[in-house]
Ligand binder design. Structure first.
Ligand code: UDP
Ligand code: MG
Length: 320
């Protein structure tokens, strides 16, 4: 039977914790009684350096339900992505399935069962996807959707309308742990892992209590981090701009020389016009070229694994 760990990053969530803790615990009890996960499954709360009573509440809950509620206390606030990573890597060696979910219950816990079913059908990664965002404010909705558009425009593979509500098998987390990069953007890395994946759909609810811990500034930082960690396209865009400028320079050259021959110009104008456009274009091309190398260095220093193995067939190996 497979042991399930629900991983929940919490930052200043004292208001919502008393609501979400019993719900998540209940979800596990339910799955256990249906025989879908093992009796020793648990919820792992990661306290991301909260300044309020969140950790005390986690400790109390652990005392009351020592077999169901586990906790990890990070030494300081490191942000949602790292807190979640800490939780996944802690859970990795003591479970077979992880499900990550936010503490605020905006994601529908009832689809966790569907996720587990898909795991049993052979999926290693199951994405929770919002089927609509009517519960979000207009602002959050448009900015978030713009974000997915820009990401895909930049060539970053992400799952549309999927946040960090997902199931990952133990070996998927194992593969993920090989990605050692510091600028971590989970939503970009998970699709790189490969393995059999699937989606489940749900309606996103309002926050159960408390306020969003993701103000616009953090969202913009997440977006920029996502793009700059996965794409060197902006560098190619500079190179492209340089080429465009040289083409314009050719047009300007023809125009200025014609004007010069027709004697329509002040002395010095022609040479100025020619130099400005050519030098500008050449400079952009030069920066773009250097950028290409820096982009390569950047990709190399990440030391990403080049592949993940799903199965090996050989004469003496058990099926892995
Ligand atoms: N969170 C975290 N560290 C932070 C900010 C947020 O662990 O620095 C957690 C937070 O407790 C919640 C999840 O990340 O469980 C998502 O945050 P929130 O619901 O505020 O974001 P939103 O849904 O508004 O985008
Ligand atoms: Mg939320």
């Amino acid at each position: 039977m497979d042991r399930l760990a629900i991983v929940v990053p919490c930052y200043n969530e004292e208001e919502v914790f008393p609501i979400s803790e019993p719900v998540l615990r209940g979800t596990i009890d339910d799955l256990v009684s249906k025989g879908k996960v093992s009796e020793d499954s648990y919820v792992l709360f990661v306290n991301d350096g909260s300044k309020d009573r969140t950790w005390d509440l986690i400790e109390e809950a652990h005392k009351e339900h020592p077999k169901r509620v586990f906790g990890v206390k990070l030494a300081g606030n490191v942000g949602h992505q790292f807190a979640l990573t800490a939780g996944l890597l802690t859970a990795k060696d003591m479970c077979d399935i992880t499900v990550s979910i936010d503490a605020d219950l905006q994601d529908d816990v009832s689809v966790i069962e569907e996720m587990v079913d898909k795991f049993h059908e052979g999926c290693d990664i199951v994405y929770g996807v919002r089927s609509d965002r009517t519960s979000d404010t207009f602002f959050k909705r448009t900015t978030a959707q713009g974000f997915y558009k820009v990401m895909s425009g930049m060539g970053v593979k992400t799952v549309y309308n999927h946040a960090d509500f997902r199931l990952m098998s133990r070996r998927a987390v194992e593969a993920f742990s090989q990605y050692q990069e510091t600028n971590l953007f989970l939503r970009g890395i998970v699709p790189l892992l490969g393995y059999k994946t699937d989606c489940v759909y749900y309606q996103r609810a309002q926050r159960a209590a408390g306020e969003s811990k993701y103000p616009l500034s953090k969202m913009l930082a997440l977006a920029f981090n996502g793009i700059s960690s996965f794409s060197v396209k902006p560098i190619s865009m500079i190179l492209g701009a340089g080429v465009v400028m040289i083409i314009i320079a050719l047009g300007v050259a023809i125009y200025s020389i014609v004007q010069y021959c027709l004697n329509h110009v002040e002395p010095g104008w022609t040479s100025l016009m020619l130099s400005i456009w050519f030098i500008g274009g050449m400079q952009l091309i030069a920066i773009g070229l250097i950028g290409q190398y820096i982009g390569k260095v950047y990709i190399e220093v990440k030391h990403r694994p080049r592949y993940n193995i799903e199965k090996v067939l050989s004469d003496d190996s058990e099926e892995k």
